[in-house]
Ligand binder design. Sequence first.
Ligand code: BV8
Ligand code: ZN
Length: 254
Amino acid sequence: MICEELLATVRRANRVVVFTGAGVSAESGVPTFRDAQTGLWAKFDPTELATPDAFHRDPALVWGWYEWRRAAVLRAQPNRAHRAIAAMARHVPTLTVITQNIDDLHERGGSREVVHLHGRLERPYCNQCGEVRTLAPPVAGVTGEGRRMNPPTCTRCDGRVRPGVVWFGESLPEREWFAAKKAASECQVFFCVGTSSLVYPPASLPRIAGEAGAATIQVNPSPTEMDGEVTWDILGAAGSVMPEILKRAWDANL
Ligand code: BV8
Ligand code: ZN
């Protein structure tokens, strides 16, 4: 579990990266990306829905899925993991949060300048002219099992508004990906929290950090692709492990 050497390494680090996936939001009640989708989405593989083709083929199905997820995020609260990660930044000279998640729970949990590699739910934009669209709270009916919904039309041109996320087959935003690789290659400690480490290129970040000499720490209750490749493997939920590291490394409480 969390040994003294791990705590000493975290304490003396100047630069720490916390890289997160859907698992960090699981204890907020937001379904992870590969959790069994419920209701209307149960019969879809998320990796098939999160693609430009799916949106082109059936925009209402994909837009409805993202509105259902946006409603779930709006109902959710940041959990103890989000808050502990934000609190750690007060004890480390430079702490960078890099997330694959499209929710805003790190920000609502107190983290600043979060690097979003896969975009953000609340930043949809026009497929044609790129205008970012500010959305009203999702339609009440979306909360339950979700349903198909037509995406809005752009206010500036006649383009279709699309979710502001990076789909499979799409490139990561250059600025964010460059910042993530730079932070991973310069840190002394790299946390990998709540990700199955299946999606590339983000899943290459822990290796970039390890090869540059950082201590890598995985926090996940289940086995992942990174098992055996990290310096320390902490088998546990982020909402318990991250507050425990905060407490034992700096005697700080949430
Ligand atoms: C690209 C946004 C290239 C949308 C997402 C090799 C190199 C480059 C690309 C590829 C490659 N091999 C394959 C590819 C293609 C593809 C890919 O990686 N496919 C995978 C499936 C094999 N990659 C891409 O297409 C990427 N683009 O490479 O472009 C390119 C080059 C030139 C020109 C054009 C293109 C883009 C990928 C981005 C896809 N978009 N999301 C949306 O969210 O709807 S990815 C999606 O998966 C989510 O962002 C999610 O976050 C991400 C990763 O999943 P996880 O976060 O890990 O979530 P998951 O459910 O899998 O796991 C949750 C974990 O939490 C579990 O391990 C669980 O045990 C744990 N957990 C549960 N509870 C807790 C917990 N942990 C801690 N505490 C708990 N309480
Ligand atoms: Zn437009």
